[in-house]
Write a protein that binds this ligand. Sequence first.
Ligand code: EPU
Length: 337
Amino acid sequence: MTILNNISLKPYNTFGIDVTAKHFVSVKNVAQLKSILALEQYPEKFILGGGSNMLLTKDIDALVIHIDLKGITITSKDNSSVIVKSGAGENWHEFVLWCLDHDFGGIENLSLIPGNIGTAPIQNIGAYGVEIKDVFESCEALHIKTQNIKTFTNADCNFDYRNSIFKQKLKGEYIITNVSLKLSTVHHSIKTNYGAITNELERLKVKTPEIQDISKAVINIRESKLPNPKIIGNSGSFFKNPVISKAQFNTLKDNFPEIPNYVVSANEVKIPAGWLIEHAGFKGKHFGDYGVHKNQALVLVNYGKAKGSDIFDLSKLIQSTIKRIFNISLEVEVNII
Ligand code: EPU
């Protein structure tokens, strides 16, 4: 375990922003993590997981601790399910593929989401009708100040849409070291209620889909809409889909009759932020080295050497324009550093 100085974080964030970490270290196990956290000569520490949900707007004047805890194990089994435990540093999609190889079901709809398994519960990753909370059994996390390990059950995590206790009350207090998911081994529950999956399965001529077919369909859909961060830097959805009142929705509908919506509760409606951003004229727009993706307006992109602060300024412009046109406040989903 070597502490390096003045390291570019470009390979460590999916936006591909080139900022410098004053000090940098990768930790491979919990003992290393504990000893690094105890180092008093580096009072400022910054925890880095998969780097898939952050926009770096400045150099990091701290010791960046890259969580590289690996290992996947089956910790228990019954007639219909398994508990699979994974180190926080495993890549999420590779973990999904490992589960599909073992015919473990439950996360196939979450194929190809960038990032690591340790950060997935923080924002309760979700796509195509499934969220990690649906299969989450527990996780272990290290309390940074006391170095105690605590187990969080599903209920402890307060999961919500792109939200959890780790983004709210306990923000910055814990480092997730491993995550356990409960996955099915027989009678998989196939979730195709999301229209795009049904259409893709039809195109693939699959009549009775297996979990592996669902994964393939999701991969195809994501590849057709979302930019591959290895080619075009991005952080997935930059904003959350806003929830507005039914009364506000009815007023909006008078001016924009075609506005898409999903009913959330008796009084609330969710609007796709991508639609709002597209109809405000931003979709596919280039501003030098950064812009708004051409196939999904919810995704801001770095075409090469963009600065995080440029992308942040663009997000502010989008927010103020959406507020002016639709009177809706868009909430940022990624962490701005
Ligand atoms: N839409 C547009 N223009 C766009 C994009 C979307 O009009 O440029 C409208 C269309 O009406 C479309 C609807 O928005 O039918 C929904 O679009 P999509 O299916 O792409 O889903 P989303 O609501 O834009 C959410 C998640 C994605 C997730 C997809 C699929 C959020 C913030 N985003 O996007 O998550 O993959 O659903 O389940 O909830 C991520 O979090 O990084 C992410 C990519």
